[in-house]
Ligand binder design. Sequence first.
Ligand code: VGL
Ligand code: ZN
Length: 234
Amino acid sequence: MLVDAHVHSYQPPRSFFDYDGNTRTALILVDLQNDFVAGSLAVGEAEKALEVAQKLVASGKFDYVVASQDAHPPDHVSFAGSHKANPELFADVVYDYNGQKVTQTVYPSHCVQGTWGFEIHTSIDKSRIDDFIWKGRDSDLDSYSAFADNLYQKITPLSQLLHKHAVQRVVIVGLATDYCVRATTLDAVKFGFSVLVVPEGCRGVVPSRDSDIYKEMREKGVEVAGLDDARVKA
Ligand code: VGL
Ligand code: ZN
Protein backbone atom coordinates (compact mmCIF):
# COMPACT_ATOMS: atom_id res chain seq x y z
CA MET A 1 0.00 0.00 0.00
CA LEU A 2 1.21 3.51 -0.86
CA VAL A 3 1.55 5.54 2.31
CA ASP A 4 1.04 9.28 2.09
CA ALA A 5 3.81 11.14 3.92
CA HIS A 6 1.21 13.23 5.74
CA VAL A 7 -0.51 10.21 7.25
CA HIS A 8 1.17 9.69 10.58
CA SER A 9 -1.03 7.15 12.25
CA TYR A 10 -2.84 4.07 11.10
CA GLN A 11 -6.61 4.49 10.89
CA PRO A 12 -8.75 1.36 11.05
CA PRO A 13 -10.97 0.85 8.01
CA ARG A 14 -14.29 2.68 8.28
CA SER A 15 -15.87 0.33 5.79
CA PHE A 16 -17.26 -3.17 6.22
CA PHE A 17 -14.93 -4.12 3.38
CA ASP A 18 -11.17 -4.34 3.48
CA TYR A 19 -8.85 -2.92 0.81
CA ASP A 20 -9.39 -5.99 -1.40
CA GLY A 21 -13.17 -5.76 -1.19
CA ASN A 22 -13.51 -8.66 1.26
CA THR A 23 -16.16 -8.53 3.96
CA ARG A 24 -14.44 -7.73 7.25
CA THR A 25 -14.83 -10.82 9.36
CA ALA A 26 -14.25 -11.56 13.04
CA LEU A 27 -13.63 -14.89 14.75
CA ILE A 28 -15.58 -15.31 18.00
CA LEU A 29 -14.24 -18.02 20.34
CA VAL A 30 -16.90 -18.92 22.89
CA ASP A 31 -15.82 -20.06 26.38
CA LEU A 32 -12.82 -22.26 25.46
CA GLN A 33 -12.07 -22.50 29.18
CA ASN A 34 -10.49 -25.28 31.23
CA ASP A 35 -13.65 -26.02 33.22
CA PHE A 36 -15.53 -26.79 29.98
CA VAL A 37 -12.64 -28.90 28.63
CA ALA A 38 -11.37 -30.89 31.61
CA GLY A 39 -12.89 -29.32 34.71
CA SER A 40 -16.15 -29.21 36.62
CA LEU A 41 -18.40 -28.83 33.54
CA ALA A 42 -16.35 -30.78 31.00
CA VAL A 43 -18.02 -31.17 27.61
CA GLY A 44 -17.47 -34.42 25.66
CA GLU A 45 -14.85 -34.19 22.87
CA ALA A 46 -14.04 -30.61 23.81
CA GLU A 47 -10.47 -31.20 22.56
CA LYS A 48 -11.84 -31.68 19.04
CA ALA A 49 -13.51 -28.28 19.20
CA LEU A 50 -10.25 -26.78 20.49
CA GLU A 51 -8.32 -28.26 17.57
CA VAL A 52 -10.64 -26.65 15.02
CA ALA A 53 -10.74 -23.37 16.93
CA GLN A 54 -6.93 -23.20 17.04
CA LYS A 55 -6.78 -23.98 13.30
CA LEU A 56 -8.99 -20.95 12.67
CA VAL A 57 -6.97 -18.81 15.10
CA ALA A 58 -3.69 -19.80 13.42
CA SER A 59 -5.07 -19.18 9.92
CA GLY A 60 -4.52 -15.45 10.34
CA LYS A 61 -7.51 -14.92 8.04
CA PHE A 62 -9.61 -12.85 10.43
CA ASP A 63 -9.67 -9.09 10.73
CA TYR A 64 -10.41 -9.35 14.42
CA VAL A 65 -10.30 -12.21 16.95
CA VAL A 66 -12.26 -12.08 20.19
CA ALA A 67 -12.75 -14.66 22.95
CA SER A 68 -15.52 -14.81 25.54
CA GLN A 69 -15.02 -16.16 29.03
CA ASP A 70 -17.53 -17.13 31.67
CA ALA A 71 -16.25 -15.04 34.60
CA HIS A 72 -18.42 -15.97 37.55
CA PRO A 73 -18.10 -14.79 41.15
CA PRO A 74 -17.91 -17.65 43.73
CA ASP A 75 -21.59 -17.19 44.74
CA HIS A 76 -23.04 -17.07 41.22
CA VAL A 77 -26.75 -17.83 40.80
CA SER A 78 -26.00 -20.55 38.20
CA PHE A 79 -24.20 -22.65 40.83
CA ALA A 80 -26.33 -25.27 42.63
CA GLY A 81 -24.46 -24.45 45.86
CA SER A 82 -25.65 -20.85 45.79
CA HIS A 83 -29.27 -21.89 46.49
CA LYS A 84 -30.58 -22.64 49.98
CA ALA A 85 -33.00 -25.27 48.64
CA ASN A 86 -30.05 -27.53 47.67
CA PRO A 87 -31.21 -28.19 44.09
CA GLU A 88 -29.81 -31.11 42.11
CA LEU A 89 -27.28 -30.37 39.40
CA PHE A 90 -28.90 -29.36 36.09
CA ALA A 91 -32.26 -28.72 37.76
CA ASP A 92 -34.19 -25.57 36.87
CA VAL A 93 -34.46 -23.17 39.79
CA VAL A 94 -36.88 -20.24 39.88
CA TYR A 95 -35.60 -17.20 41.76
CA ASP A 96 -36.51 -13.57 42.21
CA TYR A 97 -34.52 -10.98 40.26
CA ASN A 98 -35.68 -7.47 41.14
CA GLY A 99 -39.26 -8.69 41.48
CA GLN A 100 -39.10 -10.78 38.32
CA LYS A 101 -39.32 -14.59 38.38
CA VAL A 102 -36.32 -16.00 36.53
CA THR A 103 -35.71 -19.66 35.66
CA GLN A 104 -32.08 -20.68 35.89
CA THR A 105 -30.52 -24.09 35.25
CA VAL A 106 -27.96 -24.81 37.96
CA TYR A 107 -24.51 -26.32 37.46
CA PRO A 108 -21.49 -27.25 39.49
CA SER A 109 -19.37 -24.25 40.37
CA HIS A 110 -17.40 -23.34 37.23
CA CYS A 111 -15.25 -20.62 35.65
CA VAL A 112 -14.82 -18.66 38.86
CA GLN A 113 -12.72 -15.56 38.13
CA GLY A 114 -9.09 -16.11 39.03
CA THR A 115 -9.23 -19.94 39.08
CA TRP A 116 -7.63 -22.45 36.70
CA GLY A 117 -11.06 -23.39 35.34
CA PHE A 118 -11.62 -19.81 34.23
CA GLU A 119 -8.48 -19.73 32.06
CA ILE A 120 -8.62 -20.33 28.33
CA HIS A 121 -7.13 -23.72 27.41
CA THR A 122 -3.42 -23.61 26.58
CA SER A 123 -3.96 -25.20 23.14
CA ILE A 124 -5.31 -21.83 21.98
CA ASP A 125 -2.70 -19.25 21.01
CA LYS A 126 -3.85 -16.35 23.16
CA SER A 127 -1.34 -13.96 21.59
CA ARG A 128 -3.61 -13.95 18.52
CA ILE A 129 -6.70 -12.94 20.48
CA ASP A 130 -7.33 -9.19 20.25
CA ASP A 131 -9.89 -8.85 23.06
CA PHE A 132 -11.48 -10.89 25.83
CA ILE A 133 -15.12 -10.55 26.85
CA TRP A 134 -15.93 -11.49 30.45
CA LYS A 135 -19.56 -12.37 31.06
CA GLY A 136 -21.72 -13.69 33.89
CA ARG A 137 -19.90 -11.44 36.33
CA ASP A 138 -22.95 -10.35 38.35
CA SER A 139 -23.87 -12.80 41.13
CA ASP A 140 -27.61 -12.60 40.49
CA LEU A 141 -27.91 -13.01 36.70
CA ASP A 142 -26.39 -15.43 34.18
CA SER A 143 -25.11 -14.62 30.71
CA TYR A 144 -24.97 -17.41 28.15
CA SER A 145 -24.45 -14.99 25.28
CA ALA A 146 -21.21 -13.09 24.81
CA PHE A 147 -23.30 -10.09 23.71
CA ALA A 148 -25.69 -9.62 26.66
CA ASP A 149 -26.99 -11.20 29.86
CA ASN A 150 -29.94 -13.60 29.74
CA LEU A 151 -32.48 -10.82 30.45
CA TYR A 152 -30.82 -8.11 28.30
CA GLN A 153 -30.34 -5.93 31.35
CA LYS A 154 -26.80 -5.10 30.24
CA ILE A 155 -24.83 -5.62 27.06
CA THR A 156 -21.16 -6.57 27.04
CA PRO A 157 -18.64 -4.55 24.97
CA LEU A 158 -18.71 -7.19 22.20
CA SER A 159 -21.08 -5.43 19.78
CA GLN A 160 -19.21 -2.14 20.25
CA LEU A 161 -15.85 -3.81 19.62
CA LEU A 162 -17.11 -5.48 16.45
CA HIS A 163 -18.37 -2.13 15.16
CA LYS A 164 -15.12 -0.41 16.15
CA HIS A 165 -13.30 -2.92 13.96
CA ALA A 166 -15.84 -2.38 11.15
CA VAL A 167 -16.78 -6.03 11.19
CA GLN A 168 -19.89 -7.16 9.32
CA ARG A 169 -19.50 -10.91 9.49
CA VAL A 170 -18.68 -13.23 12.40
CA VAL A 171 -17.51 -16.84 12.45
CA ILE A 172 -18.35 -18.62 15.70
CA VAL A 173 -16.93 -21.74 17.36
CA GLY A 174 -16.75 -22.83 20.99
CA LEU A 175 -18.36 -24.45 24.01
CA ALA A 176 -21.04 -25.36 24.70
CA THR A 177 -23.24 -25.68 21.61
CA ASP A 178 -26.49 -25.95 23.59
CA TYR A 179 -25.83 -22.98 25.90
CA CYS A 180 -23.30 -20.27 25.20
CA VAL A 181 -22.63 -20.97 21.50
CA ARG A 182 -26.38 -21.05 20.77
CA ALA A 183 -27.08 -17.84 22.70
CA THR A 184 -24.08 -15.99 21.24
CA THR A 185 -24.97 -17.05 17.70
CA LEU A 186 -28.62 -16.02 17.92
CA ASP A 187 -27.62 -12.70 19.52
CA ALA A 188 -25.10 -12.05 16.72
CA VAL A 189 -28.04 -12.26 14.30
CA LYS A 190 -30.18 -9.99 16.52
CA PHE A 191 -27.35 -7.47 16.70
CA GLY A 192 -27.28 -7.35 12.90
CA PHE A 193 -24.20 -9.35 11.96
CA SER A 194 -23.94 -11.93 9.23
CA VAL A 195 -23.18 -15.18 11.06
CA LEU A 196 -21.43 -18.43 10.23
CA VAL A 197 -21.14 -21.28 12.75
CA VAL A 198 -18.69 -24.15 12.27
CA PRO A 199 -20.09 -27.23 14.12
CA GLU A 200 -16.74 -29.05 13.94
CA GLY A 201 -15.43 -26.34 16.25
CA CYS A 202 -18.31 -26.71 18.73
CA ARG A 203 -19.37 -29.38 21.22
CA GLY A 204 -22.46 -29.54 23.42
CA VAL A 205 -23.27 -30.58 26.98
CA VAL A 206 -26.03 -32.80 25.51
CA PRO A 207 -24.83 -33.77 21.99
CA SER A 208 -28.24 -35.16 20.99
CA ARG A 209 -29.53 -31.57 20.93
CA ASP A 210 -27.14 -30.62 18.11
CA SER A 211 -29.43 -31.25 15.14
CA ASP A 212 -32.30 -29.22 16.67
CA ILE A 213 -29.95 -26.38 17.56
CA TYR A 214 -28.38 -26.14 14.10
CA LYS A 215 -31.88 -26.34 12.57
CA GLU A 216 -33.01 -23.44 14.76
CA MET A 217 -29.90 -21.45 13.85
CA ARG A 218 -30.51 -21.97 10.11
CA GLU A 219 -34.15 -20.95 10.48
CA LYS A 220 -32.97 -17.75 12.14
CA GLY A 221 -30.57 -16.84 9.36
CA VAL A 222 -27.30 -18.42 10.49
CA GLU A 223 -25.07 -20.13 7.96
CA VAL A 224 -23.93 -23.50 9.34
CA ALA A 225 -20.90 -24.82 7.48
CA GLY A 226 -18.09 -27.37 7.62
CA LEU A 227 -14.55 -26.11 8.07
CA ASP A 228 -13.79 -26.84 4.40
CA ASP A 229 -16.90 -24.96 3.23
CA ALA A 230 -16.46 -22.07 5.62
CA ARG A 231 -15.54 -19.09 3.52
CA VAL A 232 -13.66 -17.16 6.16
CA LYS A 233 -13.31 -14.28 3.68
CA ALA A 234 -16.02 -13.26 1.25
C1 VGL B 1 -22.05 -22.52 29.71
C2 VGL B 1 -23.50 -23.54 31.17
C3 VGL B 1 -23.17 -22.65 32.15
C4 VGL B 1 -21.45 -22.48 28.34
C5 VGL B 1 -21.73 -21.60 30.68
O1 VGL B 1 -20.35 -21.90 28.18
O2 VGL B 1 -22.06 -23.01 27.40
N1 VGL B 1 -22.95 -23.48 29.96
N2 VGL B 1 -22.28 -21.67 31.89
ZN1 ZN C 1 -21.54 -20.34 33.42
